[in-house]
Ligand binder design. Structure first.
Ligand code: HEC
Length: 128
């Protein structure tokens, strides 16, 4: 009896793993990269008013030192908390010619605007 139960459990395990992978796969297909605090459609407007001058329409950067958002393993692969913080407070990595200004230089951006534009970055350029 004991042995039979064990066999059933072992046989079911791969199915569970496969099911979990399907769920994970469908989540990344909508490209929110697990960040659901923002509205990408609203973030689209923020990006095109405040960020596009330095980060360019295609996300690859228009000014020296601006990162390429489309790069695999690039800045968009950082933890969500770090990205939100860098957009809000600004960011300057050692040796870069230019810094990212707090709120992209637009003091009128609200915390929600920042989450929305964060969501837009993932929606448009992926998860890094
Ligand atoms: C004045 C130019 C400028 C504007 C405007 C600007 N950025 Fe940046 N941004 C930069 C530069 C330069 C860097 C690279 C800074 C570094 O690595 O030291 C950067 C870096 C970043 C990073 C990567 C941070 C990290 O963790 O490496 C993100 C994300 C980002 N910007 C998002 C935004 C968003 C969103 C906006 C609009 C709200 C915006 N930026 C507006 C110049 C700008």
């Amino acid at each position: 009896m004991q042995t039979k139960n064990k066999a059933v459990t072992v046989a079911a395990a791969p199915l569970l793993v496969a099911a979990a992978m399907l769920v994970a796969g469908s989540t990344s297909a909508v490209a929110d990269c697990g960040f659901s605090d923002g509205d990408a459609a609203k973030g689209d407007k923020v990006y095109h008013t405040t960020c596009v001058a330095c980060h360019r329409e295609n996300g690859r950067g228009a000014v020296p030192g601006a990162p390429d958002f489309t790069k695999k393993g690039g800045v968009l692969s950082e933890p969500h908390s770090a990205l939100t913080m860098h957009i809000k407070n600004g960011f300057h990595s050692p040796g870069k010619p230019l810094a990212m200004p707090p709120k992209g230089g637009n003091p009128n951006l609200t915390d929600q605007d920042i989450k929305d534009v964060h969501a837009y970055l993932h929606h448009r350029f992926g998860c890094g």
